[in-house]
Design a protein around this ligand. Sequence first.
Ligand code: MG
Length: 380
Amino acid sequence: MGRGVKITDVSVVVHERHLPTGMPLPPMEMAVLRIHTDEGIEGNTFISPPGPNVTDQILQQVKPMLLGRDPLDIGAVWHDLWARRRSMHSTVQGYIDVALWDIAGKAAGLPIHRLLGTVRHELPAYISSWVHGDSATYAEEAAAYLDQGFCAYKLHPPTQRRMLRDERGVTIADDIAACELVRDQVGGEYRLMLDSAWAYSYPEAVTVGQAIEDLGYYWYEDPLPADDIYGYRRLKQQLSIPIMATEMSEGGVYGLAPWIVQEATDFLRGDVVIKGGITGMMKIAHLAEAFQMNCEVHDAYNALNNVATLHVAMAIRNCEYYEVIVIHPPEQYDTAHFSYGLTEPIDIDARGNAHAPTRPGLGYDIDWELIDASRVAELR
Ligand SMILES: [Mg+2]
């Protein structure tokens, strides 16, 4: 592909995501973004959940500005979409960017991380729990994935049920008990993290932080909401455990400057969906690098964006882990859901290492048979 290549069409295939029985989630709509070119190369990513705003904005606002354009002008498109952020859902930029990088890789005949500048070909993966009701479930889950070779485990603790299911009776005592039992289960050396996903008030955040410091946890993620930079700044002064904020912070790379200058987080954090695609995440990782900080990549909500995140992780040095969030029926400890919609699972070996994709573009094939079987519509 060279000069004169053009984007000829953009479409969105909406389908139902089928889940195994017993999953703690309702069925949900997913979608496949398709960007077509006049050379027959197609760029993709998954959109989940699609939502009318995102799909409509892609087809009505973004598509007219993409038609006829060179798909390799990825940086120019990124800035054009950023300039329209007042009228566009923040994820739209990320979805378009990933699909354009997929085209670029396929056009070059190379995996995307090769175009970004490969730093490594494997990266340790950790298991990121779903939200459970009791401590024993976390402990069993951590043990099961330790046996499978995963090198770290992160809890999303019981207090998230206050937000997710309006269970007001869950307290930080439940969270601390879960963290203690998991530590007892896996032993003192195994790496553990806690991701409280904005669940705490400031006093709660201090109490839990002190407890997991004593338990030797490695990082303390999102104890306070992302709009509380002042609270994070105070919390960092109270605790010695490294604090990870900014997963859901607004403003992409530009929104992270105050977090750094106010010393409100020890890590930067993001994924390709929320933080402006592969382009956005590379900018954020490089910003972190300038301050000797790590930029830990976040699970990106669906399989193809998890693959996109994996390419980023292979092209930066300052990311320690690949996050694998697991949602499964009770006592079925497998990571199948993480690769839903692909013809083969994302490559994580028996030692818990995720491997760099080796085929052109994103490097994983969409399971069109699965998607076509539950296809709702292809929107244009
Ligand atoms: Mg998180």
